[in-house]
Design a binder for this molecule. Sequence first.
Ligand SMILES: [Zn+2]
Length: 326
Amino acid sequence: MNNPTRYEDLGLVNTKEMFKKAMEGEYAIPAYNFNNMEQLQAIITGCVQSDSPVILQVSGSARKYADPVLLPHLVEGAVAMARHLDSTIPIALHLDHGNSFELAKECIDSGFSSIMIDGSHHPFEDNIRLTKEVVEYAHERGVTVEGELGVLAGVEDEVSSEESHYTRPEEVEEFVGKTGADSLAISIGTSHGAHKFKLKPGEQPPSLRFDILEKIERLLPGYPIVLHGASSVSPEHVAMINQYGGNLESAVGIPAEQLRRAAKSAVCKINIDSDGRLAMTAMIRKMFAEKPEEFDPRKYLGSAREELISLIKDKNMNVLGSAGKA
Ligand SMILES: [Zn+2]
């Protein structure tokens, strides 16, 4: 790429100010993943209508799906859409689970304002080295960086792990001190995907490890913490998917009360991907089942988009507490 795009030129901000306000105000910034135009429209509309700051989040494979050249233009358009709606909500564009310096650099040079570099699968020293390298390149350009310590179970695009390893609080100070990362994703019992726990009938999901979170908060006062794999997996959407020909038995997520508790703590960013996928899939399945003669993508994607807007407004208002905070 010969002419790097600066995120400021796309109308974006980094996450620094957002996290500072979220920490002081005891809420969390939503990071919604997207791959296509309808999801992006829904995120902007839902966050404008609830007056919430927002992090638009794409994984490496989502970026490929949308097309790396098209993506920054889509996002620039999304910012223009928000401003046209007379909204000044701060908007960041974040790479989810960046796995190499090269990918991080490419994203920074194409207009991303925030980068996650996930070296959590590497040995501790290698994770530090990789994260530090990305931080140096990013900070020179005003881009914020999220690191990760601990491993979440589950599958998320290219990232998958059989087992989770909780974050070891004794590692966090050294990691943050040596890398200069602006925020840290931790593992306290959340996991990627729609099947977060294997539960027996009637059994409740286990609590997140708030004791680990509290230890980390004591070691790094005022430092922004990030939760991945934090979808709640709405039973209504799962039931709808199953009713209309899907097969998502035993899908279960993180109870909203636990996310509300986390949002009030040092957790400043909560990632939501699976919940949006489920909402869209439920509506599309319903439309296909009820109107088999329908073949206009605007009809079924339109109803999916509406459902996603309601979900986003509900999350911002009732779970993250970010509504009205822009
Ligand atoms: Zn993740």
